[in-house]
Design a protein around this ligand. Structure first.
Ligand SMILES: [Zn+2]
Length: 127
């Protein structure tokens, strides 16, 4: 896939698709829910703990602390809270992981089938 198309897919998934998901899940509050889902891009602040902070050949999934299976379990826990804004944040974080996982696949990053991404990818596809 051409790099420019990969970037369009990636940032479309981060910035536009959440509003579509919000329309399906929170039809009465889709604008705010979509905004909250987009705001979950803030979990990328965990990149600041990495050295180097940005590495175009590195897959976020399974590397950065807020992009791990453990973090995903917390995000799933947010779905159990009976408050739609908290649930929107949970869905946004899980969609963020899906988006980054898709980007890793499209960019052939971290595709070691025995590595953590190999473990996480079936979970990502399940969503
Ligand atoms: Zn990310």
């Amino acid at each position: 896939m051409p790099e420019i198309l990969r970037q369009i897919v990636h940032y479309g998934n981060h910035l536009v698709v959440p509003f579509g998901i919000a329309m399906l899940l929170f039809p009465r509050h889709w604008r705010v829910a979509g905004g909250l889902m987009v705001a979950t891009i803030l979990i990328d602040l965990d990149h600041l703990f990495a050295d180097p902070i940005f590495d175009p050949r590195r897959c976020s999934i399974g590397f950065h602390p807020l992009h791990t299976v453990w973090a995903a379990m917390v995000y799933i826990g947010l779905l159990m809270v009976p408050v739609w804004k908290i649930q929107a944040i949970g869905f946004g974080c899980l969609w963020h992981l899906c988006t980054d996982g898709i980007d890793c696949r499209l960019g052939h990053l971290g595709t070691d089938p025995d590595g953590l991404l190999g473990f996480v990818w079936p979970l990502v596809v399940a969503f």
